[in-house]
Design a protein around this ligand. Structure first.
Ligand SMILES: Cc1ncc(COP(=O)(O)O)c(C=O)c1O
Length: 324
């Protein structure tokens, strides 16, 4: 019996192992959040990746790039400073591919993260929580310098990071919307998502497509996002790719994370709330067209912080580390 043609590429499929199953995430329209009938808002559900975040794409790309260049071999120890999703993705991929993984992360991250890393077999070295992710980066760089057994992918400076989005996420979105993208919104962590997708969209669609970064208000941390005003600009970032940066308060990020769940059924991490807030604002400035934003990760790892349950003012003020 002939089956009806598929409207889009299936997000299911058949794969040889879990690493191959990364990517091809769903693109979901959020009709209730759209402020105008002619403007369509689409969420690229990176939370649907095997470990629940966009970083599965990046971790795979960095490890496979190092393999192709002969930089790593069997029994190698991979070292990465990460307080969050990249570590969890690397841990899963290293466990599948037979590499040891050591992560350096601040000692104040949520227990879910430590547990997940340990479950996938990673070793954890702690850096002082008060120094945030920058402290973890400094400590890991020093460890890699001192010991040649370590290979450090270093997502902040590794072109395979934006490359994963240029060759993967961007290509998928272009196919899914038949090239009709008018604005793209993502958060800025390492900058990999915005650089990779931004470059590809500008190359294929020209200046018509607007690339917008959601940035936390300085001094108001949003887990997963970085304010460029903090002083560290990762080497992979080329600011000329961005058309705009829009600042989001941590209060708004939490309110919109809850709105995503309540109005659209999307269970996401708190940076996705910040990004959704910016996507809706951009949509409000347009008369028609497609706005795409990234749902970076799912909400499971944030439950213990009370993002979904505590009074907003109680958690909006929380001192939090940057997680990506
Ligand atoms: C949880 C999380 N992971 C990853 C990212 C994307 O960061 P990057 O700039 O490193 O691609 C973000 C940014 O929005 C994030 O919030």
């Amino acid at each position: 019996m002939a089956l009806p043609p598929l409207e889009t590429r299936p997000c299911g499929g058949r794969y040889g192992d879990i690493v191959q199953a990364i990517g091809n995430t769903p693109l979901v329209e959020l009709k209730r959040l759209s402020p105008k009938p002619g403007v369509r808002i689409w969420a690229k559900m990176e939370s649907a990746n095997p470990t629940g975040s966009v970083k599965d794409r990046v971790a795979r790309a960095m490890i496979e790039d190092a393999e192709e260049k002969g930089l790593i071999g069997p029994g190698q120890t991979i070292l990465e400073p990460t307080s969050g999703n990249t570590g969890i993705s690397l841990a899963m991929i290293c466990s599948r591919k037979g590499y040891d993984l050591e992560v350096v992360m601040p000692d104040n991250v949520t227990p879910e993260r430590t547990q997940l890393l340990e479950m996938y077999g990673a070793r954890i070295t702690y850096s002082p929580g008060a120094q945030g992710s920058n402290g973890a980066v400094t400590q890991a760089l020093a460890m890699a310098e001192a010991d040649p057994r370590y290979y450090m992918p270093y997502q902040y400076g590794n072109e395979a990071n934006p490359g994963a989005h240029y060759h993967g996420t961007a290509k998928e979105i272009l196919e899914e919307l038949d090239g009709h993208v008018d604005a793209f919104v993502a958060g800025l962590g390492t900058g990999g998502t915005l650089m990779g997708i931004g470059r590809r969209f500008k190359e294929e669609l020209g200046d018509h497509v607007k690339i917008v970064a959601a940035e936390p208000m300085q001094g108001e941390p949003v887990q997963g996002l970085r304010s460029l005003e903090d002083g560290f600009i990762p080497p992979i970032i080329d600011l000329s790719v961005l058309d705009r940066k829009i600042v989001v308060t941590s209060r708004d990020a939490i309110i919109w994370t809850r709105k995503l769940l309540k109005e659209e059924g999307i269970f996401a991490g708190v940076s996705s709330g910040a990004i959704a807030r910016v996507a809706v604002r951009i949509a409000g400035e347009m008369d028609e067209g497609n706005v795409v934003f990234i749902v970076c990760d799912d909400g499971w790892k944030y439950l213990s912080s009370g993002v979904y349950t505590k009074p907003v003012d109680e958690i909006a003020d929380l001192e939090s580390t940057v997680w990506w």
